[in-house]
Ligand binder design. Structure first.
Ligand code: ADP
Ligand code: MG
Length: 777
């Protein structure tokens, strides 16, 4: 012990010397100079004092003031100075992978080190840290996972939870767990960091923890609302049916219905503004031209127009465009690239910013472009707080974000672009004033802004809770409902109940809400329970290879591209992979396998091009598959993929396993003369997305479709589906124990004629029991 202590002491001293060397070097000096200019630096001593005197501290400050990059470093430096460098263990959580990685890289650079020395990162299935890593940036999910095996966070000295104002589900969850843990770990320090000023909420949740605000500097940013933009850019609104031709028609109808149905405050503000709008010589903003500032169908023309206006008439400076989601970004990027000015690489550097981009691409976003080239970054709301692009002078804000919400009554997740909150709009605007006074173009009228909610609803209150409930159980935090009632804002009891029922149905929890063996295994896999169950079935039945492809495909984006203008060609390319077996999942497996073969012959790109596949997504799937396999080896579920592959060529089995994972995501199929009628138990009639191979079929000769996801837009739509037979549903769907069995049989009863034959039914039930035992072993 004495020897160990001496070694640690020596290492601490080494760290101190190293830090002093770096800070004394010319580059180190320059970096220090930069760091000292950040607003956080003035508060350094006050922050460190508050942290040493209190167990919990809440820190707030404008985005860019230096919370994320500086505060964890201050703590590390203070520990090193106090000769505790080798014993401190600081964890800083980030809501997103990209921020954990980019921040760690930045902090390592500020300390003159490589990643994996004193600073490291860990995100799902990826990481970079070494023996001497003392400051770890990780996603919130990673820390929750660590709590699974290390309930008291032994050895951790500081936990910093960043971006808590976003009220993400994981962050809210972590805050409950930590609140529980703090009394049992009196020496553990907790620091909460938030961009906006609702710090009181968090402070009072932790019994009045002290708050420190870092006063920031930002330059003033001028707001231009739609009415001014139209004037300024001399943009002529055209009747909506002439604006562009990428899908507004449908979108607009959807939007009208939502507005009518919801009758929200915003909707009425929209209506009012239409009545009173006066746009002078420009076309009046008629009901039909509403789509111009319905950013879902934003007049792409309007964005293009504003961007051209900036490039032609404005001072130098980067442009940050906030879009609703990744699909929009891709579409708009493609279109802008075809523009004579905006697509000209000698004048414009057009970049998209998303969670899974390569680091070379990431670097381009942060770097200043060459003189005379204007950088335009298309981003989602991720760029609101967690990453800072310094040279932004112009912000274009569509006013919407794709937000997951959850309809507990129908137990259906919804993904709708919805209006952002005032807090987000302010945040977006603020991004333009980092280095000099900026301009923000809001693509909506001022009256719509006035009607925005103050803050966004916390994620815990608007998403399905299955994975979370599983985690509560595996962390042995007691009754799910009791635990969730301790949250800052608790979710609806009905949502909690739905999640518990789901976990019982798939066999992850037993009747008394205890974790089953399957449930325990599922909680170890960093994927949704349904995908985890597929993986486990794939292992049990020795057909892991295709199952991993399905799971990777469902975790990544859809590799099948559907360009708007070549939709027919793309659909028939996809149909070829389906070989008329009524399964998007099998089509995915074939497309992936074909790509692997083509890659071996160096013709991967050609193959993708011919078949409307995204090479980038297929590569991402490839790496996800490798990572899953690595993880399965780590947990001890498999030795090698070969050892689990004996049945991989059996498509019937793969189909059954897909069903085993996706159940109870199931709808009944009734073939009518001219159409197919699909029904789920909760929603009644549902529809298929047009890019499903099953959407093209005049008849589906199976009684059921299992699906990965249903989304409520105007109607309920099913994404990716696979047709399955009665016996497959009976054998692989759900779990059988006590009451669940009755429910399961009842649900199928109406369709199962062979239940007229009791002995056959009994055979099935006993087979099913055996199968369940297999999965639970
Ligand atoms: P906060 O967390 O308060 O929003 P950060 O700590 O993320 O602020 O950033 C502080 C400052 O550090 C930013 O304003 C920016 O100037 C600088 N910075 C952050 N990341 C990078 C990077 N990757 N490259 C260059 N500068 C960066
Ligand atoms: Mg930050």
């Amino acid at each position: 012990n004495v020897v160990a202590e001496r070694i640690l002491r020596r290492r601490s001293l080494e760290m101190r010397n190293k830090q002093e060397d770096w800070q004394g070097s010319p580059e180190g000096q320059k970096m220090l100079e930069l760091r000292r200019n950040l607003p956080a630096y003035k508060e350094r001593e006050a922050l460190l004092r508050a942290i040493s005197e209190n167990q919990v501290v809440v820190v707030s400050g404008e985005t860019g003031c230096g919370k994320t990059t500086q505060l964890p470093q201050y703590i590390l430096e203070a520990e090193i100075e106090a000769a505790r460098g080798a014993t401190c263990n600081i964890i800083c959580t980030q809501p997103r992978r990209i921020s954990a990685m980019s921040v760690a890289e930045r902090v390592a650079a500020e300390r003159g080190e490589n990643l994996g020395e004193s600073v490291g990162y860990k995100v799902r299935l990826e990481g970079m840290r070494g023996r001497d890593t003392r400051l770890l940036f990780c996603t919130t999910g990673i820390l929750l996972r660590r709590l699974l095996v290390d309930r008291k966070l032994e050895g951790v000295t500081h936990v910093i939870v960043d971006e808590i104002h976003e009220r993400g589900m994981n962050e809210d969850f972590l805050l409950i767990v930590l609140k529980d843990l703090l009394p049992r770990r009196p020496e553990l320090k907790l620091i909460l960091m938030s961009a906006t000023l609702n710090a009181e909420l968090f402070s009072s949740y932790y019994g009045g923890a002290p708050m420190i605000h870092i006063p920031g500097f930002t330059y003033p940013v001028r707001s231009h609302f739609l009415e001014n933009i139209l004037e300024m850019t001399r943009y002529r609104l055209t009747p909506y049916n002439q604006i562009d031709n990428y899908g507004q028609d449908k979108m607009w109808k959807m939007q009208k219905q939502t507005i009518r149905k919801r009758k929200t405050q915003i909707a009425s503000a929209v209506e009012e503004s239409l009545e009173s709008a006066d746009f002078g010589q420009y076309n009046p903003l008629t009901r039909d031209s509403l789509s111009c500032w319905n950013p879902d169908s934003i007049g792409f023309n309007l964005i293009e127009h504003v961007l051209c206006h900036i490039c032609r008439n404005e001072r130098p400076g980067a442009v940050l465009v906030f879009m609703t989601g990744w699909d929009d970004i891709n579409t708009v990027k493609d279109q802008l690239q075809a523009h004579p000015l905006l697509g000209d690489p000698s004048r414009v550097l057009l970049l998209a910013c998303h969670g899974s981009m390569a680091s070379a691409e990431q670097k381009l976003i942060f770097d200043k472009p060459e003189d005379g080239i204007r950088k335009i970054v298309l981003a989602t709301n991720m760029a609101e707080t967690s990453i800072t692009i310094n040279d932004v002078v112009f912000v274009v804000d569509c006013g919407k974000a794709k937000e997951t919400s959850y309809d507990a009554i129908n137990n259906t997740p919804c993904l709708l672009p919805s209006w952002i909150s005032k807090a987000s709009a302010r945040q977006r605007k603020g991004r333009a004033g980092r280095v000099q006074p900026g301009e923000c173009y809001h693509l909506y009228p001022r009256c719509v802004y006035e009607a925005f909610a103050d803050y966004q609803l916390p994620e815990l209150l608007r998403t399905p809770l299955q994975s979370l409930c599983l985690q509560i159980k595996s962390l042995q935090l007691g009754s799910i409902s009791d635990f969730l009632s301790k949250a800052i804002q608790s979710p609806e009891p009905l949502s909690v109940q739905n999640a518990i029922e789901y976990l019982k149905t798939i066999g992850a929890l037993d009747e008394d809400e205890n974790l089953t063996v399957l449930g325990h295994n599922l909680s170890m896999l960093p994927v949704e329970p349904k995908l985890g169950k597929m993986i486990i079935l794939g292992v049990v039945f020795n057909c892991l290879d295709p199952v991993l492809t399905v799971v990777a495909g469902l975790s990544a984006r859809d590799p099948f591209l559907m360009p708007f203008d070549k939709k027919d060609l793309a659909e028939s390319a996809k149909a070829q992979f389906s070989a008329r077996d009524f399964s998007d999942h099998l089509a995915l497996v074939r497309a992936y396998d074909g790509w692997k073969d083509a890659e071996r012959q160096q013709s991967g790109y050609d193959y993708c091009w011919r078949n409307f596949l995204s090479a980038q997504t297929l590569k991402a799937m490839d790496s996800l598959r490798k990572q899953f396999l690595y993880l399965l080896k780590d947990i001890g579920l498999v030795d090698s993929i070969q050892s689990c592959n004996a049945w991989s060529n059996n498509e019937h089995l793969v189909r059954a396993i897909v069903c085993g994972g996706l159940f109870p995501g199931i709808c009944s199929v009734v073939n009518k003369e001219k159409s197919i009628s699909l029904k789920t138990m909760e929603d009644g009639g549902v529809l298929l997305y047009s890019n499903s191979v099953n959407a093209q079929e005049p008849q589906i000769p199976y009684p059921w479709l299992v699906f990965n996801e249903k989304v409520k837009v105007n109607a309920v739509f099913l994404r990716d589906s696979t047709a399955v037979s009665d016996s497959v549903v009976l054998l692989f769907g759900g779990s059988i124990s006590g009451k669940a069995l009755d429910g399961h049989l009842m649900m199928l009863g109406g369709y199962l004629e062979f239940f007229m034959n009791p002995s056959l039914a009994n055979t099935y039930i006993s087979l099913k029991r055996e199968l369940n035992e297999l999965v639970h072993k």
